[in-house]
Write a protein that binds this ligand. Structure first.
Ligand code: SF4
Ligand code: SF4
Length: 472
């Protein structure tokens, strides 16, 4: 590619030379892939809205309560004590995205990213409904503020605001839980002013993103888009223009009826610019893979429609790797892909194993800081501890007591004997452990403690026990 042709890399398509925003008015997409994307987006939007209301064993299916540090992933509750599991699942997520990107480029951006789905399948479609297609939108934008423009703008901004408010509510169900949001709605906004203020702030952010910032999120703000340069290689499948076919010997040329393009050496691209007009990020895919391309497939559909009209084979723009276009090579499972897959399988195995091995009740017994030991009558050594029992289930753990499993000794709870731990709650308290000095083997002893519910062992934990040195 010559230096002149490479000029498109000097700036991004949505910013003019004077630094001002170049507003994109994409043509309304249509075609087979757009229809498939619509179905996928309906399914994902339904999942996004419904999942906070789905419960597994009483746990919300997905919840990210950062304020109270409680997370539910696929119905599994995670607490700060499970942070290692959370970190592993996050690593798996990152590796999965990397592996997927190496193989299939930014297919996630075009088909699954919430930004693309809300922008292209919700807000943009409302815009087409109110403002019309590309031509009408450009005309409306340029025309003076008359009654028609005011009516259309007010209607559009009002609907955008309402949808942003709904998205903010959905977002809140993930943050604080659907039960609590329903409770807040029932109580009325005046009872929960701070939540209402947060909701309006989120609404404002979503409104700003979808009404104004739009494709800039993908181009400027999204870190995933920035990773493409290191993740993609010549074998990655991306939305690509087949420049071998499109340019041929003489380059792209306008369409003339009844001409024999092959004999003339003209490429199959008829330079109609429709792939550029339909692009929501305002780029020309014929310049090659670019940071701005979110792989939305709109240009594939549009070019296929053009190819059909001029009676040329479809697929001038299609999902293809660079090697497929230049060397006509088919997709291969490369060593890099194999490596990523192996890491992914191992990490998933570790995560599943850890989830199943995890106890529903987590017990921690720690010596009270700054306390040594007490020598009591009858050669008894006593240490004082604090205990914390976290019930990770949605059912109460009843009739709980502790027993010293080794060495022999006695556990005495301060204030109470047996107690209950409420669902998803933490029970804390103080206890004494008393052991006859003859049963100790040194000044620092390891204890094994059993936690029982209804006389059934449900968890074991360990603790340190201090004694005088003379008992070594
Ligand atoms: S839509 Fe197809 S034919 Fe038209 S300019 Fe784009 S690549 Fe060329
Ligand atoms: S170049 Fe094509 S696939 Fe990429 S963002 Fe534009 S229309 Fe979508």
């Amino acid at each position: 590619m010559s230096q002149d042709q490479d000029n498109f890399r000097d700036s991004i398509g949505t910013i003019k030379e004077d630094g001002k925003r170049a507003w994109v008015f994409p043509k309304k997409p249509s075609g087979k892939l757009y229809n498939y994307r619509k179905y996928v987006s309906y399914a994902l939007l339904t999942f996004l809205i419904a999942s906070p209301f789905i419960k597994i064993n009483g746990n919300q299916f997905l919840m990210f309560n950062v304020l109270e540090r409680r997370f539910n992933i696929f119905g599994f509750p995670f607490y700060p004590q499970d942070f290692h599991l959370f970190v592993i699942s996050m690593i798996i997520g990152v590796v999965f995205i990397a592996l997927f990107t190496v193989a299939f480029g930014r297919i996630f951006c075009g088909w699954m990213c919430p930004q693309t789905i809300f922008m292209e399948m919700v807000f943009r479609r409302i815009e087409y409904w109110i403002d019309g297609d590309r031509g009408s939108q450009i005309k409306l934008d340029r025309q003076e503020w008359n009654a028609e423009k005011i009516r259309k703008r007010v209607l559009k901004w009002f609907i955008f605001f309402i949808i942003s408010f709904i998205i903010a509510n959905v977002f809140l169900t993930y943050l604080i839980g659907s039960d609590r949001l329903i409770q807040y709605v029932t109580d009325g906004p005046t009872q929960h002013i701070s939540t209402m203020v947060s909701l309006l702030i989120f609404t404002g952010v979503f409104y700003f993103v979808f009404a104004w910032f739009r494709e800039q999120v993908c181009i400027i703000a999204c870190p995933y888009g920035r990773m493409q340069g290191v993740l993609l290689d010549n074998k990655s499948i991306v939305v690509a223009y087949d420049y071998e076919r499109g340019e041929a010997e003489n380059g792209r040329k306008k369409w003339r009826k009844n001409e024999d393009r092959e004999a003339l050496g003209n490429g199959d691209c008829i330079d109609c610019n429709q792939c550029v007009n339909v692009c929501p990020t305002g780029i020309d895919i014929r310049n090659g893979t670019q940071l701005e391309c979110v792989n939305c497939t709109a240009c594939i559909d549009e070019c296929d429609t053009i190819m059909e009209k001029v009676n040329l084979p479809k697929g001038l723009i299609r999902y293809a790797s660079e090697d497929e276009i230049t060397k006509k090579e088919k997709f291969k499972f490369t060593p890099r892909l194999k490596g990523y897959t192996a890491v992914l399988v191992i990490l998933t195995g570790v995560l599943v194993g850890m989830m199943f091995l995890r106890n529903d009740l987590e017990a921690n017994i720690l010596r009270l800081p700054g306390q040594l030991y007490e020598h009591k009558e009858g050669n008894i050594i006593s240490n004082v501890y604090t205990y914390k029992l976290l019930n990770k289930t949605t059912k109460p753990v009843v009739d709980v007591h502790f027993e010293l499993m080794s060495p022999k000794g006695e556990i005495k709870l301060v204030r109470t004997d047996n107690f209950d731990v409420a669902p998803e709650a933490l029970a804390e308290g103080t206890l004494f452990i008393e052991i006859n000095a003859s049963a100790l083997s040194g000044d620092k002893n390891n204890l094994k403690i059993g936690v029982y519910s209804n006389d059934k062992l449900i968890e074991t934990t360990t603790a340190r026990f201090l004694a005088p040195r003379s008992y070594k």
